[in-house]
Design a binder for this molecule. Structure first.
Ligand SMILES: Nc1ncnc2c1ncn2[C@@H]1O[C@H](COP(=O)(O)OP(=O)(O)O)[C@@H](O)[C@H]1O
Ligand SMILES: [Mg+2]
Length: 250
């Protein structure tokens, strides 16, 4: 069987800066994957390429065998590829519930689920029930009718992740979900991601700096350094890999 996501020989330069330099990795089956590497390793650029925000100078990205590099983000969203951003994006004036429901309608996020929102009261109620269920899973149900601006930064990040799930993606890319999140919320986030994974069996690809968090969450880690993939494997193997240790110390 072909891998779910296959990145082959991807390169991207910005002027004289080689942000990604012939990077290859593949995600063979559903799972929670980590993408790590020192600052400037090319992780966000890799995300941007997978999500169609950047066009690579060389290489290919395949999603279920289909070539997707260079595809527009809204088309990728329809193919079931969703992402969050390193900086959190929520609508502060809208209620938490509406944030989740709007995300489901947003074409860029691939919101077929709730195109129906405007069509029938029944579909709307179903979408609302699902949104409330997701809010409950991250302990935000009590804020459902409060403006999102009332949430802490960490809670807003959780809200953004939950919003992405409304479009029922087949792969969800998270860019540093743990950044700026306190230890209690971090546990909520970890439990939530594990629960959603168990439920949906989709692919999570997570860029993360918090090693303890990602190593305890992911079943497999891809390590980037200077635009290349250094290694890919189980967390304990990756953590004891000399080239990985050198990259972080270097
Ligand atoms: N739009 C851009 N223009 C110029 N340089 C960029 C741009 N995006 C990223 N870079 C550079 O590419 C390299 C990789 O960056 P990035 O992908 O953000 O790494 P990471 O997310 O691993 O920290 C860095 O040297 C960064 O400064
Ligand atoms: Mg980054």
């Amino acid at each position: 069987m072909s891998p779910i996501l296959e990145v082959s020989g991807i390169s991207k330069n910005f002027g004289g800066i080689q942000a990604v330099d012939g990077a290859s990795f593949s995600l063979g089956q559903p799972g929670i994957y980590g993408l790590i590497g020192p600052n400037g390793a090319g992780k966000t650029t890799m995300f941007d390429i997978i999500c169609g925000r950047q066009i690579p100078n060389a290489g290919e990205v395949r999603f279920h065998s289909q070539r997707i590099d260079g595809m527009k983000p809204y088309r990728l969203a329809r193919e079931g590829l969703a992402r969050t951003f390193q900086e959190c994006r929520v609508l502060p004036e809208e209620t938490c519930l509406d944030n989740v429901l709007f995300a489901a309608q947003d074409k860029r996020l691939g919101g077929e689920v709730v195109q129906a929102l405007t069509r029938s009261g029944k579909a709307r109620r179903a979408a609302e029930a699902e949104a409330r269920r997701l809010l409950r899973l991250i302990n935000l149900e009590r804020y459902a009718d409060e403006p999102a601006g009332a949430l802490s930064y960490g809670q807003r990040r959780l809200l953004e992740i939950v919003s992405c799930l409304m479009s029922k993606p087949r792969i969800l890319l998270l860019d540093e979900p743990a950044s700026g999140i306190n230890p209690t919320l971090l546990n909520t986030l970890r439990d939530f991601l594990v629960e959603i994974y168990e439920e949906t069996r989709i692919v999570f690809l997570i860029v993360e700096h918090n090693m303890e968090f990602i190593m305890s969450l992911a079943s497999e880690i891809v390590v980037m350094h200077q635009g290349r993939v250094l290694t890919q494997g189980a967390p304990d193997r990756v953590q004891s890999d000399k080239s990985v240790i050198d990259a972080y110390l270097g």
